[in-house]
Design a protein around this ligand. Structure first.
Ligand code: GLU
Length: 280
């Protein structure tokens, strides 16, 4: 099967070196295999995404010489497919309405905290009087349907895909409808992705995404989770670190070839190709 990789940033800020590393590894894997490198702009969170950041993503990739195959996919245009996937999960009986606010969850959760805050304690699970609100995945019910699952780490092989520790995550939000985990698996399939390349922080999202694939009957991908890059302060890069954005590096006169050379050092063990940078 031909290798198809993707770069799937959210236009909520300018890209930083960590994004460039994801894109470089994805591009290189595709080019080395004679496959395809796809671009998806994850713009479903209309309150946080901005068209100027979408333009910035294209500008930054062009500056780095990382060309993608086919038109860029704007994820918001895929709403009908995301809704259809949500309807299938509803038909399977593995999602439920949840009207809890963040404050409700914080107050209820004397329980464990995950990476992104308190783990949802399941307050609305099993209730039939919740009308509006979000949709959550009943992870235990979902696992009962699928049985044990694994996800494929491209370097280390099969890993247990147990989504229980993350709790009943939100599948569709009250404000924007179908949300990140659902949109990502539906669109990775739509774009024919075989290999997902992304930062190690998203390894925690992989079990639940594998679970959604199994529920929806979608093929599984191989995953390449690369180490996160750190800023000068030793903390992981974030879009709010203006000095670390690719746009700022460009304005400061950093050559794309210099940045690519630095990124290459962080990209072992992946085989990194040489993008054709304009003017060099
Ligand atoms: N859109 C996500 C982000 O920018 C990445 C999604 C993914 O790679 O699965 O953090």
């Amino acid at each position: 099967m031909a290798v198809v990789t993707r770069f799937a940033p959210s236009p909520t800020g300018r890209l930083h070196r960590g994004h460039a590393l994801s894109a470089l590894i994805g591009w290189s894997l595709a080019r080395a295999a004679g496959g395809q490198f796809r671009l998806r702009v994850e713009d479903i969170d209309s309150g946080r995404c901005r068209p100027e950041y979408t333009a910035g993503i294209l500008e930054d990739l062009n500056w780095l010489g990382l060309d993608w195959d086919g038109p860029e996919l704007l994820q918001a245009s895929r709403r009908a497919a995301h809704d259809e996937a949500l309807a299938r999960l509803q038909a399977l009986g593995v999602v439920y309405r949840c009207a809890c606010t963040r404050a409700d969850i914080a107050a209820a959760a004397s329980a464990p905290h995950g990476r992104d805050g308190p783990i949802y304690p399941g307050t609305c699970r099993g209730r039939d009087d919740v009308m509006g609100g979000a949709w959550r995945l009943d992870v235990a019910a979902a696992h009962a349907l699928t049985g044990r699952l694994t996800w494929q780490d491209a370097m280390t092989g099969p890993q247990p895909a147990d989504a229980l520790p993350g709790g009943d995550i939100v599948i569709a939000r009250r404000d924007i409808g179908p949300a990140y985990h659902l949109a990502v698996v539906v669109d990775d399939d739509f774009q024919g992705v075989t290999d997902v390349v992304r930062g190690a922080d998203l390894a925690a999202a992989t079990p639940v995404q594998r679970l959604l694939q199994a529920l929806l009957g979608l093929p599984a991908q191989r995953y390449h989770h690369h180490p996160l890059l750190l800023g000068p302060d030793g903390k992981r890069l974030a879009k709010r670190d203006q000095a670390e954005t690719l746009a700022s590096l460009r304005v400061a006169g950093v050559a794309p070839s210099a940045l690519l050379a630095e990124l290459r050092q962080h990209a072992t063990p992946w085989p990194i190709g040489a993008p054709h940078v304009a003017g060099q």
